[in-house]
Design a protein around this ligand. Sequence first.
Ligand code: GLN
Length: 490
Amino acid sequence: MAEIELTELTILKALELLEKEKISSTELVELSLEQIKRYDPLVKAFLYVDEEGAKESAKRADELRKKGYPGKLLGIPLSIKDNICIEGLPTTCASKILQNFIAPYDATVIEKLKKEGAIFLGKTNLDEFAMGSSTENSGFFPTHNPWDLERVPGGSSGGSAVATACRMGLGSLGSDTGGSIRQPAAFCGVVGLKPTYGMVSRFGLVAFASSLDQIGPFGINVEDTALLLQIIAGHDERDSTSYPLEPPDYLKFIKENFNLSYKIGLPKEYFEGEIDPEITKALENLIKLLKKKHQIKEISLPHTEYAVATYYIIAPAEASSNLARYDGVKYGFRYREAKTLMEMYKKTRAYGFGKEVKRRIMLGTYALSAGYYDAFYLKASKVRTLIMQDFVKAFEEVDLILTPVTPTPPFKLGEKVFDPLQMYLSDIFTIPVNLAGLPGISIPIGLTQNHLPIGAQIIGSHFKDELVLNLAYQIERQLNLKMVPNLLKS
Ligand code: GLN
């Protein structure tokens, strides 16, 4: 095998090496599996590693390459968040209620990746049913941040962010309902994109809050992220909320339009309040740099302050309805010692769900119940519209919006887990984007003095994912950071 420096590798570079026969996909998968063996006992990013399956797929990919199969990701190892179904593999959503559940079909995104020849190393850890911001709500174990093992990697797609940061595979898919791709990407120093709502099919994604959920990619850099989006995006008849739009060639777009300059809005509500000074400083430096080429303008999104409260009505309401299906009858865990049907339902859900999931189900059931629906759910839906209108108005003036991703750098494990409100507030800058259905990306822009990653968020107008990627690509090239966790250097 040629001398390959794994921390230098990206999907695009690996494809080049595969093309030139400098590496085989079998070797690439071997390298990824070695990386998992070495680092996963420390970071615990994976709930399931499909060693045999990945090796077999790699062998097949090598054969197909010899025959000239044109797959855009032929032989590239990826990891997948464990709330996205891959036929024949477990899909637990990090919940005891689905502990023994094997997915009987592929999610549309998986079908698409398979068609392009991607290889799946395994399923990554998350907060149970994607409810959380630290992976500490996983029903099995928390994931650790590779930049500092005592800190959280963010969540809910913490496992996917960590797998990507540790080069356990060359990219990953996660899901983002209120920040679950962007926040862990920021905490782990990788790129994470939440596409426009409707851009990517949700078929085969286990539903949390259907009007907010969106699958999206994690990449080591923006180009890889663009390529992954390219493959998973597009209309799907099996998801009625997927938009009938042919996605552009994102990779081509960001390269060909590298010189585009933009009007970039800075929403004042996102820069006031309690933000860690090191994050503010990193953003200020970035803004200075951007001013050389782009127009920067202060804007206002006046309903921002209501976003978290609105989200914590809408998301739990939808979750309480979506999670009603886990009743011990159709699939997953069942409490077998019950004497009556009612007891079986109750005990199955009492033992199967974790604390945060139960809290959400109770919040949601309350918000939807007769007599309270108008006061909570209906009101929240109206405020959601106001938040959306803020953005629509802003995008009449600017092309893109720049904000922090999180108010703080990665926090310590255990620091917020007993204070749900503090945990909820860690998504204060990402939640409005889901409520409005917009595309948003998180890209690394530096490190704190303690050597913890800092991210910036770029938000675009509906279906302008390519502009978001374009500006992210420009920033990445300008900053030229090498985001490799110390752990991998030791
Ligand atoms: N942290 C938010 C929550 O707990 C968002 C999670 C997500 O995007 N899946 O609901």
